[in-house]
Write a protein that binds this ligand. Structure first.
Ligand SMILES: *Cc1c(COP(=O)(O)O)cnc(C)c1O
Length: 374
């Protein structure tokens, strides 16, 4: 939709000149055009203009999820939708798959919301595999599985399509809610809600969407919506039934983050113009180049071979470099990468190649890093 600015043009840019280009896995670098899109005039969330804005967003957002089912938008970060998935979709017991820091926290959130659960622990750096999930589900006592598509702490992508296929083939496979965190995957790494038969796919605005933080999105299957109606104590803010009722009218129950919706609408236009297939291919090419650069320097890759993430690469610090010193050096060149996450700090470091980052920008980063190692 047209979000043309009507202001007088008298204001100079409010942005400081302290730009540090982000090669960290969230928040990711946001283009100036997207930052500017937020500056449109405020509108009331019950004004037709806001419904038009949401109406412009939804068909495009649905394409990113590859879904014809319900898509919801919340004013929260992705963490909020972990609570949503847990509270709306788990009645009996969840199998929570833990292969990294975010998967582990998703698992914690399930328990903190009072749900019965068991953890499937997989060594960090490894993907979750279908046979591991199926083996644990065999008891028949589970009605949900939580999974992280793209584990940002380890740079590992799990084979969600194959896991879902294996779950659906179980005798009670149709009754199991497949709840997938694709916070750092969606819009950068392929995930297809409908074709892969998933129940919830959730994401944040500030990762592969390359938007400012503050919005979260999820796709919810018809199966999950039907289930939610039977689950008590879904809470208020993240109740799928109430969110779905509003979104059917291009609204949200509470006040949405209007400025971020402007940015989302603009960004989705740009994502559609690039084309999802091209976008995924760009991420894979940047991933391959990053792995090549890391190996060229003598680093091992922390992620299991064949499961390296398209959006973030995690290097093992087998050369025992001072990662803080590297980042300090990079700051001097107006860039920054990430140390390892949590327990992996100092032992790994991460280079994001997600969102709108282009290959030439990756080359600028590698040239700067070459300088550090020279
Ligand atoms: C960043 C991240 C989260 C947390 O998302 P927030 O938007 O910060 O709440 C969850 N899962 C994964 C895989 C992430 O990368």
């Amino acid at each position: 939709m047209n979000t043309s600015k009507q202001n007088s043009g008298e204001h100079s840019s409010p942005r400081s000149d302290k730009h540090i280009k982000l090669f960290i896995p969230g928040p990711s670098e946001v283009r100036a055009e997207i930052l500017d899109a937020q500056a449109n005039w405020m509108i009331g969330h019950r004004m037709p203009e806001c419904a038009d804005l949401v109406g412009s967003i939804l068909p495009k957002l649905s394409q990113v999820f590859y879904t014809k089912q319900t898509v919801l938008i919340t004013a929260s970060s992705g963490t909020g939708l972990w609570e949503a998935a847990a509270r709306n979709c788990i009645a009996k017991k969840a199998l929570t798959c833990d292969n990294g820091a975010f998967a582990s926290r998703f698992s914690d959130v399930v328990g903190l919301n009072g749900k019965e659960m068991e953890v499937l622990s997989v060594p960090w750096g490894q993907p979750v595999l279908p046979e591991q999930v199926i083996e644990r589900l065999a008891t028949g006592e589970f009605d949900a599985v939580t999974l992280v598509h793209n584990e940002t702490s380890t740079g590992v992508t799990s084979p969600i399509k194959e896991i879902a296929q294996a779950i659906r083939a179980l005798p009670n496979g149709q009754d199991i809610m497949i709840l997938v965190d694709s916070v750092s995957g969606l819009a950068g790494a392929r995930i297809e809600m409908d074709a892969w038969d998933l129940d919830v796919v959730l994401a944040s605005s500030q990762k592969a969407f390359a938007l400012p933080p503050g919005l979260a999105f999820c796709a919810v299957s018809d199966r999950a919506m039907a289930k939610a109606r039977t689950v008590p104590a879904r809470g208020y803010y993240f109740d799928f039934i109430s969110l779905a009722k509003s979104i059917a009218k291009n609204q949200t129950p509470a006040t949405p983050a209007v400025s971020l919706l402007y940015a989302l609408d603009r960004q989705l236009d740009d994502i559609m113009a690039e084309g999802l297939d091209n976008r995924f291919a760009r991420h894979l090419a940047m991933r391959d180049r990053t792995l090549e650069w890391l190996r060229g320097k003598g680093f091992e890759i922390f992620a299991a071979a064949g499961y390296e993430s398209p959006t973030v690469s995690c290097a093992a610090n087998n050369l025992d470099i001072d990662i803080s010193a590297l980042n300090k050096y990079l700051r001097g060149h107006g860039m920054i990468i990430s140390n390892g996450y949590g327990d992996l700090k100092g032992k790994t470091f991460r280079i994001a190649h997600m969102g709108d980052t282009q290959m030439n920008e990756m080359e600028e980063l590698f040239t700067a890093m070459d300088g550090f190692f020279a």
